[in-house]
Design a protein around this ligand. Structure first.
Ligand code: GUN
Ligand code: ZN
Length: 493
């Protein structure tokens, strides 16, 4: 891979509450890894796009005397910025065809009515390939560079998802759903704990063999406690421990819905809580991703924190299935790792940005507009900066990829997106916004074709902070212009 220089504006999270906005930057990427970052005073974007590369390279000190292949140079156009790729910590690729289909169901009847029949149908490999390819393409197109996927109970179908990820270039984790309890329909379950363990191992091994680069990895996936017998949970806990050295992850669901919590109490009366069920079977580890976690008690949060497990916050799904509102600030304050999940198709959108803005809105609902006795006050609100941190750095932490993806830093891989929006032609007044600002020009109203389209309109007076906020709240796949994973261009408009 030749060296690549990315020149223009880049933005990423420095901390939970701070975005770094570098208007004029140069990022050098070699073999898919960020080698250097220059924060320069000169604007190389747009108007300088004709700057001869040789001049630019001299400025950067690039040595082309020893026959190194010429680098590629990418100059971000006006109103565009580079951003770390989005990270989806929880998505069911197998449920993609059911996006938006949930009627008035809630979790337990939704699983039986909509989800299990669809997932079971993907035992047909032709169907599985079609569904997975479509889902992964859509995910990439929306700027997701890393995703933690659930496939189905079928090992064969799960391995097809692995193949699709490898061929489309997304970084990802692939989990076969282990589910052998007799609460599962007889036509969609593992036949025994032995089979559940064997098929899980086989899928993890398949990833290892098919992708030696480690970009696509298997993940131990007990669907959720009610789907699994004690014996299966025990076997999966052992498998997870055996994979500790190589960083094998575990993913599952927890405390999503109140009826589910009650069901777990009935099924595992010997355990003091839902979190304890996983803990007893050694499934609560620093490499465990717990989806939802809405109804965890204070004691459970303390347990999850002490085990170092991470939470995938899935606000779109939580709203759609009426599961409840996660009080995410409490988890952040307790120091629990938190990332975002689309939870397709409990969630109706494959776009992590939808999860990020919904995280903001749900947090405002939790805050209920003021300080309340239970402590869910103003401070519960999640800001734009925090939502974007959850969508990138937070997700990386949850998936054990911190230091590798989620930010734009020397040593991190180039998993990045180019975000852009059109500027509405505007008659500017000397003082910019407000007083005297005229409406968009006639030419614009007459349908002058926009380059990008989409719902994000920049009027030319916004600060970069405001542009980012507009993107968060109104952006969609139309604003994602390019997507790179490990330095490779995997999607471009
Ligand atoms: N949202 C969601 N929750 C679950 N709990 C067990 N399985 C599922 C699933 O497929 N989606
Ligand atoms: Zn889920």
């Amino acid at each position: 891979m030749p060296k690549a220089y990315y020149i223009g504006t880049f933005i990423h999270s420095l901390s939970l509450t701070t975005l770094e906005i570098v208007e004029h930057g140069i990022i050098c990427v070699s073999n898919g890894v960020i080698k250097s970052i220059h924060r320069v005073g000169k604007d190389y974007s747009e108007s300088d796009s004709t700057l001869p590369p040789s001049v630019l390279l001299q400025t950067l000190g690039h040595d082309d005397s020893n026959n190194t292949p010429p680098p590629t140079i990418h100059i971000t156009p006006k109103n565009h910025f580079l951003f770390p790729g989005l990270i989806d910590t929880h998505i069911h690729a197998s449920q993609y065809p059911n996006l938006g289909l949930f009627g008035k169901t809630t979790l337990l009847d939704w699983l039986n009515k909509y989800t299990f029949p669809l997932e079971a149908s993907l035992a047909d490999p032709v169907r599985a390939k079609r569904v997975y390819s479509h889902c992964v393409r859509r995910s990439l197109q929306n700027g997701t560079t890393t995703a933690a996927y659930y496939a189905t109970q079928s090992a064969r179908s799960t391995n097809i998802l692995t193949d699709v990820l490898i061929s489309l270039g997304q970084r990802g984790f692939v989990g076969r759903c282990a589910m052998d309890s007799d609460l599962q329909p007889e036509w969609y379950r593992d036949m025994s704990p032995e089979a559940a363990e064997e098929d899980t191992s086989a899928c993890v091994a398949y990833c290892k063999k098919a992708d030696q680069s480690g970009r696509v990895r298997g993940v131990v996936t007990p669907r959720f406690a009610p789907s699994c017998t004690r014996e299966t949970l025990c076997r999966l806990g052992r498998l997870l421990a055996a994979g500790e050295q190589e960083g094998l992850l575990c993913q599952t669901h927890i405390s999503e819905n109140k009826s589910e919590v009650e069901l777990v109490k009935e099924l595992f009366p010997e355990c003091s809580s839902y979190a304890q069920v996983y803990d007893v079977y050694n499934l609560l580890t620093p490499r465990t991703v717990l989806a939802h976690a809405i109804h965890l008690t204070e004691e459970e949060i303390t347990l999850v924190k002490s085990r170092g497990s991470g939470i995938s916050h899935c606000p779109v799904s939580n709203m759609a299935l009426g599961s409840g509102n996660l009080w995410v600030r409490r988890l952040l304050d307790e120091g629990v790792k938190v990332g975002l999940g689309t939870d397709v198709s409990g969630g109706y959108d494959v776009n992590v940005l939808e999860a990020a803005r919904m995280a903001c809105l749900v947090s405002r609902s939790v805050a209920e507009g003021g300080v309340t006795e239970d402590g869910k006050g103003e401070d519960s609100k999640i800001s734009v900066e925090e939502a974007l941190w959850l969508a990138t750095r937070g997700g990386a932490e949850v998936l054990g990829l911190e230091g590798k993806v989620g930010g734009l830093e020397v040593g991190m891989v180039w998993d990045a997106i180019l975000v852009g929006a059109d500027e509405v032609p505007f008659d500017h007044t000397p003082n910019g916004r407000g007083n005297g600002v005229k409406m968009p020009t006639e030419a614009h109203h007459e349908g002058k074709k926009s380059k990008i389209g989409g719902k994000v309109d920049f009027f030319g007076w916004e600060s970069w902070e405001e542009k980012v906020a507009k993107w968060l709240y109104s952006g969609d796949d139309r604003n994602i212009r390019s997507v790179w994973v490990g330095g490779e261009l995997v999607f471009q408009k």
